[in-house]
Design a protein. Structure first.
Length: 116
């Protein structure tokens, strides 16, 4: 059975994170098949954007959706609440959706999950 792209990325990240104990960014190399590569090249030419920017927003949206799927993910989010929110990031999307919010007293960010 072929592994899905998401499974391959997840396995790659898990392997990388288990090998290092740093807070540094991880680089993921993805080699699409010829059809997907041609589509990406065409979009790159039409939109005049770097290829990487074509996917950044979608990755943040998907990560936000995955984090909202379960309250078990609250601990993952809490690890990053001290970081400044960056426009378009998964954390900024969580804030926009009301999953996290700034506390009124200005002492930091409090985490709240939307109840369904």
């Amino acid at each position: 059975m072929k592994k899905t792209l998401a499974s391959k990325i997840k396995l790659s990240l898990n392997d990388s994170l288990s090998e290092t104990d740093s807070d540094a960014f991880e680089t993921i190399t993805l080699r699409p098949n010829e059809d997907v590569g041609a589509m990406i090249s065409a979009l790159n030419e039409l939109l005049r954007l770097p290829v990487s920017t074509l996917f950044v927003d979608e990755i943040s949206k998907k990560l936000c959706d995955l984090l909202l799927e379960s309250k078990d993910n609250q601990s993952i989010i809490q690890e990053f609440l001290d970081e400044p929110l960056q426009a378009g990031s998964a954390l900024s999307l969580l804030e926009r959706k009301g999953a996290i919010e700034d506390e009124a007293d200005g002492e930091g960010t409090a985490l709240t999950f939307v109840e369904e």
